[in-house]
Design a protein around this ligand. Structure first.
Ligand SMILES: C[S@@+](CC[C@H](N)C(=O)[O-])C[C@H]1O[C@@H](n2cnc3c(N)ncnc32)[C@H](O)[C@@H]1O
Length: 236
């Protein structure tokens, strides 16, 4: 039986650009690791590396994963805090009690195939209506961890992509300020450029620790970076 990746190769391997993309994927150690460990995206290894360094994915917590499709990061969270869900193939009975206080919410413009223990919302995170759906799922709880791996559709123009990416960062920070608990964690992807230092300075007024990270799974030539923010200073 063919894997999803093999089926993709058969369907999309005709144009030169897709051939180049497929060749790059074939050489990529993180694509291979993702396939062998059954992660939907190589980006899972970015989150795994950051969690290994900062240990912020802890059981009994509320996680919001913005820009979650196809679901690699939510898989990482689910596997760590709900390991028993990952191995079961049976229908999970008594679902609520087995969540052990964990609440994982994944949001994306695109559809996300179900992930054990993860609540999926399809919608634009920059829209109030989508954020409202997240708040409804929170049921008055505050979030321990807000993740944003949101990326704009790439225009190929570095400055434009940077600006759009910083806009998404602003939206996720704005949301975080409303639902993140004191001491909470915020992790946000951005594309480096002229204004990221401004955003970083703003983050520094709101969190005890703000680090610029570039995990190994980020491609060398990419301008992508992450702001890892720990210790949210609520009401400051
Ligand atoms: C790099 S991918 C995320 C990969 C994901 N972390 C994973 O591990 O599978 C970026 C995602 O951001 C989503 N995105 C971009 N803008 C968005 C928005 N305004 N609202 C919700 N999702 C958005 C895209 O649809 C895309 O799926």
């Amino acid at each position: 039986m063919k894997s999803t990746w093999q089926k993709f190769q058969v369907r999309y391997s005709s144009s030169p650009s897709s051939k180049r993309w497929i060749a790059r994927q074939d050489r990529d150690q993180f694509v291979k690791k993702a396939l062998s460990q059954n992660y939907r995206a190589r980006s899972a290894f970015k989150l795994l590396e950051l969690d290994q360094k900062y240990n912020f994915i802890k059981p009994g917590s509320v996680f919001i994963d913005c820009g979650a499709a196809p679901g690699g990061w939510s898989q990482v969270v689910s596997r760590k805090v709900l390991p028993e869900f990952d191995t079961t193939t049976e229908e999970i009975k008594d679902f609520e009690t087995k969540l052990n206080g964990n609440l994982i919410i994944a949001v994306d413009l695109l559809t996300i195939e179900p992930i054990p223990g993860v609540n999926v919302i399809q919608g634009d995170f920059t829209h109030i209506s989508t954020q409202q759906k997240v708040k409804e799922l929170l049921k008055e709880r505050e979030a321990d961890v807000i993740l944003s791996d949101m990326a704009p559709n790439f225009s190929g123009q570095r400055f434009i992509d940077h600006v759009k990416s910083m806009e998404l960062c602003e939206f996720s920070l704005n949301f975080a300020e409303r639902v993140l608990k004191s001491g909470g964690t915020f992790l946000c992807k951005f594309l480096m450029g002229e204004s990221d230092h401004e955003f970083r300075n703003n983050l520094k007024t709101k969190f005890d620790i703000v680090r610029h990270e570039k995990p190994q799974a980020v491609r060398k030539k990419s301008t992508e970076g992450y702001f890892m923010c720990l210790g949210y200073k609520k009401n400051k």
